[in-house]
Design a binder for this molecule. Structure first.
Ligand code: DC
Length: 232
């Protein structure tokens, strides 16, 4: 266990990273519910900026223009029903950020270093709401590298495409994965110490059970170590 996470009463962060449609959101929500932690969807934060760029006619391939917008947009973090949302101009555009157009635009703005810097700072601020289950692409590698609880989800491309189709979304997952993994700033990769779960052929119940049992076991071990330290 590393030094940072040993701080007494420091909130716990469970990092769940992985490829698109690998089941991060479903599993992160199930884990958060089972443990009573707050759920944070960092992809939604990037999507909100991409949506805001499109709404304001900012070219998502123009790094300078995207950075300038990100510097001046008016945002706030809100925790409602154990879920954190990034509000822009006081609203969370829940439905709008799920369109195929926004999905495609998001991986462009997510490659901008200044955007990633801004997002990392906001995402670390979420700790104000308590213990977190945070899902994304760089949580274990970049946003909370100090956490002991890191998971990386993946599944074969055909299964991931089927999952998106079942949600009624048609998109080129392979292209998005490639952009997410090959960008220079905080690319998608397996964090050191992360438990990798390939959930091809598995249900969300089966996947989340593995994660929840793993965390409960390690939290119990950490508690035993803490109590032994107190009794010395
Ligand atoms: O998880 P998602 O499909 O909602 O993510 C949308 C896009 O945002 C995806 O292309 C990758 C990017 N993203 C990122 O670069 N870093 C994160 N922590 C979360 C999402």
């Amino acid at each position: 266990m590393n030094v940072v996470s040993q701080r007494v009463n420091a909130p716990i962060v469970i990092a769940i990273d992985g490829t698109s449609a690998s089941g991060k959101s479903t599993n992160a929500k199930m884990v958060a519910k089972a443990l009573g932690y707050v759920y944070v969807d960092t992809g939604a934060m990037y999507r909100t900026l991409a949506w805001y760029c499109l709404k304001n006619k900012v070219d998502v391939n123009d790094e300078k223009a995207v950075t300038a917008l990100c510097r001046k947009w008016k945002t706030a973090l809100e925790c409602k029903d154990n879920q954190v949302h990034l509000l822009v101009d006081g609203v969370y555009p829940a439905r709008e950020i799920r369109s195929a157009e926004v999905s495609a635009a998001t991986s462009h703005i997510a490659a901008v270093p200044k955007v990633r810097e801004w997002m990392k700072k906001k995402q670390r601020e979420c700790i104000q709401f308590g213990n977190l289950v945070m899902e994304g692409r760089d949580i274990g590698t970049n946003v909370f590298p100090e956490t002991d609880y890191k998971f990386y989800l993946d599944a074969c491309i055909s299964e991931r495409s089927k999952r998106r189709e079942a949600e009624g979304v048609q998109e080129n997952l392979a292209a998005r994965d490639q952009r997410d993994s090959q960008r220079a700033a905080a690319p998608l990769m397996v964090a050191l110490g992360a438990r990798v779960i390939n959930n091809s052929g598995m249900t969300a119940d089966e996947t989340s059970k593995i994660i929840i049992e793993d965390i409960r076991k390690r939290l119990a071990e950490a508690e035993t170590i803490r109590q032994n330290g107190d009794n010395r």
